[in-house]
Write a protein that binds this ligand. Structure first.
Ligand code: 0GY
Length: 328
């Protein structure tokens, strides 16, 4: 295996690639041993052909640990490899992005220390989405806001989290709304009918992860995906991440062709309410580990014009996550 992030394209190895690799090419875990079937992120992604526009934001990615510094949550459903901030920020540079939105991963539960540490070491180039518990204090919320947190995530995917009563989530939503934060929701498409009323009653912007996880084997104009499109059409506070073709695709890599029409439909229908992210380090991928460079090359297929690309990668995430930032 190559030890160089740029080796596939034969380019000169740069400082970012070295930082990304550290001293070991293969991702490892320093806390409790990662799950036996865990597939680590690709340490050697290809250089994308597509160049993101200046100021592009990777608006969905995570940090894991390192586990011996930021321990995994006891209630977690998986134990990953370490995926620390240094590797994330080196990947950002390598792929041609300027900023990240780091989303709290369920393996850290409501302990947001790894996330906050990543934000504090980003020179203002990362903002975050935390996971907060009912007992969170105003001081803790303010400290997270200072660090760059701008949202909280409610997860309804049963393989990832235990059930949290709706009234607890509503209470949390009303605590974070005055800070100008939004709610990120993650759920499976089949659960939308049951969750819809809860989502539409939330007092904030609601960002849906991965297009509400449509079944890519079903048609874009079929009832299941159109239910999600209708939700967005009827509720201008609902946004969608058009990310994670690698999770949704039945046809598979490298093109994830079957997911393209779903994402492109949302990008073209709601150009000012879509976000995109790599989902690095790609937790719980069982079929394969995506090449992050190829994922970036997917962007112009779902956002075919420079205007759509700029909205998706720059204007929308800047409006949602850096709306307090002064122009540079
Ligand atoms: C994702 C998807 C997954 C995991 C998590 O927080 C998480 O553990 O989000 C998944 O397993 O589908 O967005 O990273």
């Amino acid at each position: 295996m190559s030890t160089d992030m740029t080796a596939r394209t034969g380019e000169v190895r740069g400082p970012a690639a070295e930082a990304a690799q550290g001293s070991a090419a293969t991702p490892r875990t320093t806390g409790q041993q990662m799950d036996a079937d865990w597939i680590p992120f690709d340490p050697n992604p290809s250089k994308p052909r597509f160049r993101p526009p200046p100021g592009a934001v990777d608006a969905h990615c995570h940090v894991f640990g390192p586990g011996d510094v930021f321990p995994w949550a006891p209630e977690r459903k998986y134990t990953p490899c370490d995926a620390p901030k240094e590797k994330l920020y080196a990947l950002r540079d390598f792929l041609g992005f300027e900023r990240n939105v780091v989303v709290q991963a369920t393996c850290h539960g409501n302990d947001n220390r790894a996330l906050v540490d990543a934000l504090l070491h980003s020179q203002g180039r990362a903002r975050g989405v935390a996971s907060v518990a009912r007992g969170v204090s105003d001081a803790e919320l303010r400290a997270m806001h200072e660090a760059g947190v701008r949202g909280t995530r409610f997860n309804f995917v049963r393989r990832l989290v235990d059930f949290t009563p709706r009234e607890v989530l509503v209470e949390i939503a009303h605590r974070i709304a005055p800070l100008g934060w939004h709610v990120v929701v993650y759920f499976e498409a089949k659960d939308l009918p049951e969750l819809r009323d809860f989502f539409t009653a939330l007092p904030t912007v609601v960002v849906v992860d991965h297009m509400g996880r449509p079944d890519a084997g079903k048609p874009v104009d079929g009832p299941e995906f159109q239910r999600f499109v209708t939700l967005m059409r009827e509720h201008p506070n609902v946004w969608s991440k058009v990310s994670c073709p690698e999770r949704l695709s039945v046809s598979g890599p490298p093109g994830y062709d079957d997911v393209v029409p779903f994402a492109r439909h949302l990008v073209e229908t709601f150009p000012d309410r879509v976000l995109w992210g790599t989902d690095w380090p790609h937790p719980n991928m069982k079929s394969h580990m995506p090449d992050d460079g190829k994922l970036v090359d997917y962007v112009p297929r779902i956002a075919p014009t420079p205007e759509l690309q700029r909205a998706l990668l720059v204007d929308n995430p800047m409006r949602l996550y850096w709306n307090d930032a002064r122009p540079t």
